[in-house]
Design a protein around this ligand. Structure first.
Ligand SMILES: C[S@@+](CC[C@H](N)C(=O)[O-])C[C@H]1O[C@@H](n2cnc3c(N)ncnc32)[C@H](O)[C@@H]1O
Length: 290
C-alpha cells in the first residue's frame, strides 16, 4: 500500500504546474478572481523562477478554459446542490465564487503542493482585503486515485445530501486504468450521497489537429504523461467508457455557452479555430446508475 501511495504521489506531482497554465488562460476571461489569483501566483512563481507551462502567450485554448468553466457553473447552478467537491481544483476561482453564497459548502481537493500554494494565495488575498475569509470553503490534500483520500475529502460534506463533484482538466493526464480508479472512487461517494459528476475532460483523438498535437507534446514532456494516448478515440467511446463504469451520461457541447464567452471578443481568434475549440468538445454530466 505504501509503495502504491508513493508511486501515485510522485508520478502525479509533475502534473501540478499545468494548473498555472489554466490560471493564466483564465485571466483573459471575466471569470471572477481569475486575475487576482494569477497576479499572486505570478509573484510567488517569479520568486521561485518557475515557468508557466505553454508560456505566457495568448493561446486559443483559453477559449476552452472559459467555456468549460462557465458551462460547469451553469449545471452546478441548475442542479441546485449546495455541496460541491472539486477534485484537482488547482487554482480555480470556483470555490471563491460559489462560497460568496454562505449556504454553499465547497471542498477543494488536489495534491499537497498545489493545495499549499492555493492556501498561500488565499491568505494573501484575504490580507489585501480582496476577499473576506470564507468558512464554507475548505481545502483538502491527497490523491484522487486513492479511495481513502477522496473519502477524507468528502467527509467534509454532509453525505446525507447530494453532492456535485467536478473534475476539470485532470483526465487527459490519466491513463485509462487511472481514469477507471478515479471513476470508481467518485461513484462510491455519489452512491452514498447522491448527486452528479461533471467533467469536460472528454477530448477525442478524431478531432485533433496538427497544431493541437504540437502544443500538447510540450505538456506530455513536462508531465511525463502520454497525453494523446490518454484521449478517447471518439465521443461514442468516451460515453461508453463512463456508462460501462456505471454512469448515466448526459453530454453538452461547449458551444452551448458560446454567447457568454468574453474571450471571443477580447482575443479575436479566427472562427475556424473557435469552432474547433467549442464544437468538438463536450461536458459530461453523469449520475451513477442505481
Ligand atoms: C490542468 S490542472 C487543472 C486545475 C483546475 N481544475 C483548473 O481547471 O484550473 C490539473 C490538476 O490536476 C491535479 N492532479 C493531478 N493528479 C492528481 C491526482 N492524482 N489527485 C488529485 N489531483 C491531481 C494537479 O495537481 C493540477 O492541479
Amino acid at each position: 500500500m505504501q509503495v502504491y501511495f508513493f508511486y501515485f504521489m510522485k508520478s502525479h506531482e509533475k502534473i501540478s504546474p499545468t494548473a498555472w497554465s489554466v490560471a493564466y488562460g483564465r485571466t483573459f476571461s471575466d471569470v471572477p478572481f481569475s486575475r487576482e489569483i494569477f497576479n499572486e501566483l505570478d509573484i510567488l512563481r517569479q520568486k521561485e523562477s518557475a515557468k508557466i507551462p505553454g508560456g505566457k502567450k495568448k493561446r486559443v485554448v483559453a477559449v476552452q478554459f472559459e467555456a468549460r468553466y462557465k458551462l460547469i457553473n451553469r449545471f452546478l447552478k441548475q442542479k441546485g446542490y449546495k455541496q460541491i467537491l472539486e477534485i484537482a481544483a488547482g487554482l480555480t476561482p470556483r470555490g471563491l465564487e460559489f462560497c460568496q453564497d454562505r449556504s454553499v459548502n465547497f471542498v477543494e481537493f488536489d495534491l499537497p503542493a498545489i493545495i499549499a500554494q492555493k492556501r498561500q494565495i488565499i491568505k494573501i488575498l484575504e490580507k489585501k482585503r480582496i476577499i473576506t475569509p470564507l468558512p464554507n470553503l475548505r481545502f483538502v490534500s491527497g490523491n484522487a486515485l486513492i479511495s481513502a483520500d477522496l473519502e477524507k475529502a468528502s467527509g467534509n460534506l454532509n453525505l446525507s445530501k447530494p453532492v456535485s463533484i467536478v473534475t476539470e482538466g485532470l483526465l487527459r493526464y490519466l491513463t485509462f486504468k487511472e481514469k477507471k480508479l478515479l471513476a470508481r472512487n467518485i461513484r462510491a461517494v455519489l452512491l452514498k450521497a447522491g448527486g452528479v459528476w461533471l467533467t469536460p475532460d472528454t477530448q477525442t483523438q478524431d478531432k485533433r489537429t496538427q497544431n493541437m498535437r504540437k502544443s500538447t507534446a510540450g505538456f506530455s514532456q513536462l508531465t511525463g504523461r502520454d497525453i494523446e494516448k490518454n484521449y478517447f478515440r471518439n465521443i461514442a467511446e468516451a460515453k461508453s467508457f463512463f456508462s460501462n463504469l456505471g454512469f448515466k451520461v448526459e453530454s453538452h457541447q461547449f458551444s452551448e455557452i458560446q454567447n457568454e464567452l468574453v474571450i471571443l471578443k477580447r482575443l479575436q481568434f479566427p472562427k475556424k479555430q473557435i469552432d474547433l475549440n467549442l464544437k468538438t468538445r463536450y461536458l459530461f454530466v453523469m449520475e451513477p446508475d442505481a
